[in-house]
Design a binder for this molecule. Sequence first.
Ligand code: SAH
Length: 499
Amino acid sequence: MRPGVVYLVGAGPGDPGLMTARALELIGSADAIFYDRLIPPGALDGAREDAELVYVGKAPGRPSMSQEEIGERLVEAGQGGKSVVRLKGGDPFVFGRGGEEGEALRAAGVEFEVVPGVTAGVAATAYAGIPVTHRDDASAVAFVTGHEDPEKEESALDWDALARFPGTLVFYMGVKRLAANAAALVEAGRDPEEPAAAVQRGTMEGQRTVVATLGTLAETVEREEIGAPALIVVGSVARRRESLAWLERRPLHGRRVVVTRARAQASGLAAALRGLGAEVVELPAIRIEPRIESSDVRGAIDAIGSYALVCLTSPNGVRLLFEAMREGGSDARALANATVAAIGPGTARALAANGIAADIVPEKFVAEALVEALVDIEISGRKVLVARAAEARDVLPDALRERGAEVDVVALYETVREEPDAEAIDAARSADYVTFTSSSTVRNLTEALGDRFPHEARVVSIGPVTSDAARAAGLDVHAEAERHDVDGLLETLLRDAAG
Ligand code: SAH
């Protein structure tokens, strides 16, 4: 990246998936990021660890940092030779004051670049099933501010022109003055029977839409307690929602689901749940602490070529085994003569990513099933490596030893408890589902939450071992996956939600 450039970047309307590739790339390389309140959750996750993150949070009506000061700070950072991202909700040039910031930068001779974002006017509407144009309804769309600068002496809004406008009107910042604005439109001749809608928190969790008429929308919005951020849409396109609403039709729409996996692994499950319409609360009850520096692991790695059978029990185990091997100066070839067994397809996939096609993957993903799957493997008097988590059960090594194998068990990692943050705990209180993917998440979450555990929620477990742990912790298990992996868990949860 060139030094001394300020990027005025749109972060989109709130759904992290609607951030542009360019926005993510710039966030990942910026020296400093100045961000607003209305940016998607996790938008800054990709920032450099040493990046300076500056909140210039503008709550509606009361900027905590004045626009002037923001301009000055951007100029200063740009002149300091930094690459600076100025991150704003939606699009920076649509009611985003990006124009003013660009002017301040130009006046100070600081180079800038504008990265457009998906603006709420088209995104919140699309997520509400309202097309802003339609061949039969509207050949034009106007983006209008519903909240003018109160210091302005004369209204810049020409209500007569807006009333006559032959198309859809989309008001930003229009909730507070909705009643007054609707009345002004009607007074100027717009039909009070025209369909109108309000979309709150468009594209974000908890999105809500109400449809009424221009004459009744203000009342409906008040009754339904629709608050900012929300868009107001005036136009017959609002009625298209009857046939085009899609968000609310997703199978887990309106359900709040707690995901308890370690943060690093949760993303797949959380993303899949979100894709099905769920509101996801991430309560990472555990964290993976690698133990590959231990003498046990080092010893096993030094002798890795001597094992006749190598058993891996989780994707984390695979990742860390190969990391340990790399550090020890070896690679996949060291396993050339070994039979490699994996519990579960996720483990097998992780092996495949490291160039090893697992020889044995039991159909059920528990240690007992692996023991069964190994019956035909000749191991008596031979060396076996079981590489796994520190606190795992001994079913597998015990069974192998019984069959005369010389078993080395090494702990590649430990799962340690992670304190969930207060906000997430609060959000979990009204959860419809709590998902458990391992006994350690059960133990750690129930310990961390204590009596704050949402006992109203239905508990879905990934398999029998996890279910036992849940019952031992005093929980009811409402559904248990038949396939003991993330897809199996999702399937079971979906079936339960539909039932
Ligand atoms: N630059 C932004 C708009 C900033 S003005 C953009 O291009 O989207 C802030 C107003 O935008 C809010 O008052 C609201 O009317 C609208 N808005 C922003 N995000 C929204 C969302 N997720 N859902 C509904 N309206 C939103």
